[in-house]
Design a protein around this ligand. Structure first.
Ligand SMILES: Nc1ncnc2c1ncn2[C@@H]1O[C@H](COP(=O)(O)OP(=O)(O)OP(=O)(O)O)[C@@H](O)[C@H]1O
Length: 981
């Protein structure tokens, strides 16, 4: 067969080459078509037909009817059935040993699930039926490798679009015999079996067939007719035009669809020339049309109609291709947008750099850091300078996007931002300092004195350093604010940080640079913040320093504060020594006992005990009220808080040692007044504003007078004075003077008035008087329950004095008997007493028994009575030995059924032998006693010195007794004139 094919092919080839006329005759429409498509695919073959003939002979076989038609066409003949016959007859001169394709009139029927097979196209199919597969192999062996390929009809009632391709393939071999026969489309293709590998059978379409009848059921074998295209005139303009339109459309689609380009390439290489029918088949086969549309093209034997059908399909393809292109373009644009941006940015950077407008990141940073250190290069320690230089070099070598680069940049940022050797000029003017301290704080003489001493030493030495001042005292006594004043007095920058609850050493000493997000410690942050190397640093709440889980913060603070060590303070992050010796540290604490020993040891403690009522009055009047008034935008003339009201506020609302609560209450009063003014302003606004703007002066004065009078009337009832701003219309000025006054200042005041009216605040406002009668309207009912719960202490009750972190306070010791019986004497304790206080109560019981024995031997009270001793304020834990003398007195009072002296309070630890030992917090206790209207206080003799040091105003009006033995207390408590009590 091959031999025959070759000879036939070569014969045809040579005939073409040899005969020039024949070559001229190749200028047919077929050649034009081929050239058009070849130009689309970019084929470089000069004469594709030459190669095409070899391949045509090989692939499509010279026995093809279509092939014959092509040859006929190529030779300029009309494609008539006769031509086919002529060709057949010409070939019949060679006697074939194997049957030619047109001889196959009975073929095995292969069902195609997806698409029909077009002549000239390959199609691999999977044959799952073993019997059919065996029959195909057998026919291949018998050198008769042909079968009929027919498209399978859709199952009636089932939407083909919802059946998946694999399902279709699976079902296809379930049909057998008649059933399969009925499901096949009548028109199919004679297919050459080119290879069988496993289940895969590769078919090449040859010519159209039509089934006529079924011959065998399994494998399905059918009789077929070979179909020929209807004769057509190849010079027909309409056919030509249609085919050119098909080609033009294909060309457009091919431009965008690379898959199609491959198809055309393969087709032109392997199948050869195009003619009109082939062009139609080709277009339909490569289009994405559905199987029925393709089958329609296959069934169409009228070439013109077939071309039309194909044109429809490729046009549709064209539309799809356009949509596909736009989708692809949109997605591409989206993706490339980012890239473009990046590219443009890079270009911009490069251009800027080229023009010298901008240096790259690294250079810019280096320049920035160098500029920072340049002015103080001499002041920066050599070691630090060296580190900076090393890091700057490192920065240049690092990749800008690396994490190491960022670490180095941050490090340099900190290192160069510190105020190396920059000091604020310290002021050692003692008088000025005194003025500033007095300006900010009332009283606190000890503290101020200590600070002035410190400044004086600094003046003499030329430098103030080396001391850590610790201000201790209850909350709200001004520890923090005095720290701020000291900074102002010394002209140092102020920085405050609280170490309350601080448990991480890294907060003080910084993190090592190796950690992600590492930061320097508070001290380095402080220096960067204040910008000078000699600030005043206030370390707040040092007594509440946390107990560290990662290192001991107290030790880290020690390194920070200790004048011996802090000249070379090493922060973990900076890793270069920093000189903190010029920093003045001031610490604050509520209870100094809680400060770690080594730290306390380095501090100079200045105690602020709290304020007595008198001091609070001054603070409230001269400082708190003033500050609050300003912060609320109220003028001095607009409000009057009477002394009585202030006193009531202090005594009934704010009895704690500090003044923070007092400040809050004053703020409350002023806020309420501010609201009242604004409301009033809104009400008065319209009439007043009308009068004030643009009215003649006389009229204005008149109206102002009238408004004054009317307000006055209403105010008499409300205990609120009417007030008109003095600079506009003084209240006490006679009406005839008003004219002159207003004339003089009319111009400047007009502007002022307008401004006020614009702000919505009326000129005429009422002066608010805050008195004891209306105090509750501003601050509510007193929330403070008096410490003094007995006007006159009953039998068994004595007032003691205690010290707490909140300041001093009075406390009662109460004793009562529960049960009586021979030898039943015992003591039951309540009131959340600590161990020391419980022991103290036991001691008191013993001492009281001894004293009673001595004073009244017949009295068996302590032996026979079961006693209950209680210290009220049961919710507050109490401890300490200083209530010893109070407990004894309470027990004896009950035993003797005699109340103690009126307005007496006492404090002191007692030994078993009745000796009185000293106690702490004399000032706080004295202040607390005064708050509770105590007249007589008993202190241990050892505390006399402390008491004598107290300011006279604290001691004022108090009768104080200092005792060594309990017997003295006994006399003071019980030997009094009954008429006095
Ligand atoms: N002697 C005083 N003269 C004027 N104002 C004072 C005086 N004592 C305290 N103050 C004011 O009281 C307010 C509270 O003071 P500050 O905050 O300093 O108290 P503190 O002792 O630091 O309290 P804490 O222990 O709770 O921190 C501040 O507004 C302060 O100005």
């Amino acid at each position: 067969m091959l031999k025959l094919l070759s000879s036939s092919a070569s014969r045809q080839l040579y005939s073409h080459v040899a005969s020039p006329c024949l070559r001229i005759s190749t200028e047919s429409s077929t050649t034009l078509l081929l050239q058009a498509l070849s130009s689309i695919t970019g084929s470089t073959r000069k004469n594709p037909r030459e190669a095409g003939f070899y391949q045509k002979a090989f692939f499509c076989s010279d026995s093809s009817n279509d092939g014959a038609g092509e040859v006929a066409e190529a030779e300029g003949k009309s494609c008539e059935p006769e031509a086919d016959n002529a060709d057949t007859s010409s070939r019949s001169a060679i006697v074939p040993t194997n049957p030619r394709p047109e001889d196959y009139l009975t073929v095995m029927a292969l069902p195609l699930p997806h698409r029909p097979l077009f002549p000239g196209f390959y199609m691999p199919i999977h044959v799952k039926d073993p019997k059919l597969l065996a029959a195909l192999q057998e026919s291949q062996k018998r050198q008769a490798p042909y079968a009929g390929a027919f498209l399978l009809k859709d199952e009636p009632g089932i939407d083909p679009s919802v059946v998946s391709g694999s399902d279709l393939e699976k079902n296809i071999y379930e049909f057998k015999g008649k059933e399969l026969f009925n499901r096949l489309h009548e028109v199919g293709t004679l297919a050459q079996i080119t290879s069988i590998q496993g289940e895969q059978v590769v078919l090449i379409g040859h010519r159209r067939l039509r089934i006529t009848e079924m011959v065998n059921e399994d494998p399905l074998t059918v009789k077929v007719d070979h179909l020929k295209d209807k004769p057509y005139n190849k010079d027909d303009d309409v056919i030509k035009a249609t085919s050119f339109e098909v080609i033009a459309t294909l060309r457009d689609v091919l431009k965008t669809n690379s898959l199609w380009r491959d198809h055309v390439q393969t087709y032109t290489q392997h199948i050869g020339d195009f003619n009109f029918p082939r062009l139609a088949d080709f277009g339909a086969a490569i289009s994405g049309a559905n199987k029925l549309q393709c089958q329609k093209v296959l069934e169409e034997l009228d070439v013109y109609k077939r071309l039309q059908l194909t044109l429809e399909l490729v046009k549709k393809e064209m539309e799809i291709s356009k949509i596909q292109e736009s989708i692809a373009k949109a997605i591409e644009e989206k993706i490339s947008g980012e890239q473009r941006r990046y590219l443009l940015n890079e270009q911009l950077k490069a251009i800027k750099k080229e023009l010298g407008l901008e240096t790259d990141d690294k250079t810019a940073l280096s320049v920035k850091f160098r500029e920072r250190i340049e002015p103080r290069k001499e002041k920066i320690p050599a070691q630090v300078l060296q580190v900076i230089e090393e890091e700057l070099t490192k920065l240049q070598l690092l990749e800008a996007s690396s994490s190491e680069f960022n670490v180095t940049r941050n490090y340099l940022d900190w290192l160069t931002a510190l105020p190396w050797g920059d000091y604020s000029d310290e002021n050692f003017d003692v008088v000025r300092a005194q003025n500033i301290l007095d300006e900010d704080h009332y009283g606190l003489t000890d503290v101020k004195e200590r600070i002035l001493e410190f400044i004086a030493v600094g003046k003499l030495r030329g430098i103030s350093q080396g001391k850590i001042i610790c201000l201790s005292g209850p909350p709200g006594v001004g520890k923090t604010s005095i720290g701020r004043s000291i900074a102002r007095a010394l002209n140092r920058k102020f920085f405050r940080f609280s170490v309350g609850g601080l448990s991480d050493v890294a907060e003080i000493k910084g993190h090592r640079r190796t950690y992600i997000g590492a930061m320097p410690g508070k001290m380095v942050q402080c220096l960067k913040n204040v910008g000078t190397a000699n600030p005043l640093v206030l370390i707040d709440e040092i007594d509440k320093l946390g107990r560290g889980h990662a290192g001991d913060p107290a030790s880290a603070l020690l390194e920070l504060l200790d004048p011996e060590q802090n000249a070379n303070f090493l922060d973990h992050y900076l890793d270069v020594p920093i000189d903190l010796s010029k920093v003045l540290f001031v610490c604050t604490a509520n209870v100094i006992d809680m400060i770690p020993g080594p730290l306390l040891d380095r501090m100079e403690v200045v105690t602020i005990a709290g304020y007595i009522t008198d001091e609070k009055m001054h603070i409230a009047r001269d400082y708190l009220e003033k500050a609050t008034r300003e912060s609320c935008g109220i003028k001095l003339e607009q409000v009057e808080v009477t002394d009585a009201a202030l006193l009531a506020l202090i005594e009934n609302y704010c009895r704690e040692a500090g003044v923070r609560n007092l400040q809050k209450q004053i703020e409350k009063i002023y806020r309420k007044i501010a609201l009242q003014f604004v409301r009033q302003g809104v009400i008065n606004e319209s009439p007043v504003s009308k009068v004030q703007v643009g009215e003649p002066n006389e009229e204005r004065a008149e109206i102002a007078e009238t408004s004054t009078a009317s307000v006055e009337n209403s105010c008499n009832e409300k205990n609120v004075q009417n007030f008109v701003e003095a600079d506009i219309i003084p209240m006490d000025q006679p009406s005839d003077q008003i004219q002159g006054a207003t004339d003089q200042s009319s111009d400047s005041k007009d502007a002022k008035e307008r401004e006020k009216i614009e702000c919505g605040v009326s000129e005429a406002v009422e002066k608010v008087l805050v008195d004891t009668s209306n105090l509750a309207d501003f601050v509510g009912k007193p929330v403070f329950h008096a410490e003094r719960i007995y006007e006159q202490t009953p039998v068994g009750v004595v007032m003691g004095l205690a010290w707490t972190a909140m300041g001093g306070s009075t406390l009662y010791v109460e004793t009562t008997s529960m049960e009586q019986g021979e030898g039943k004497g015992s003591l039951h304790l309540t009131g959340q007493l600590g161990e020391v206080m419980k022991e103290s109560a036991q001691i008191a019981h013993t001492v009281a028994r001894a004293i009673l024995n001595e004073k009244d031997p017949e009295n068996p009270f302590f032996g026979n009575f079961k006693l209950h001793l209680h210290v009220p304020g049961g919710a507050t834990p109490k401890d300490g030995p200083s209530a010893g003398c109070t407990m004894i007195t309470s027990l004896l009072s009950l035993a003797m059924k005699k109340p103690v002296r009126r307005d007496l309070a006492m404090t002191g630890e007692v030994t078993l032998t009745g000796k009185i030992l000293p106690i702490g917090g004399v000032k706080e206790k004295t202040i607390a006693a005064r708050r509770s209207q105590v007249k007589t206080i008993i202190f241990p003799s050892a505390n006399k010195r402390d008491y004598d040091e107290l300011a006279p105003n604290v001691k004022e009006g108090l009768q104080v007794h200092f005792v060594d033995e309990y017997s003295q207390i006994f006399d003071l408590s019980f030997s009094y004139d009954h008429s006095d009590n």
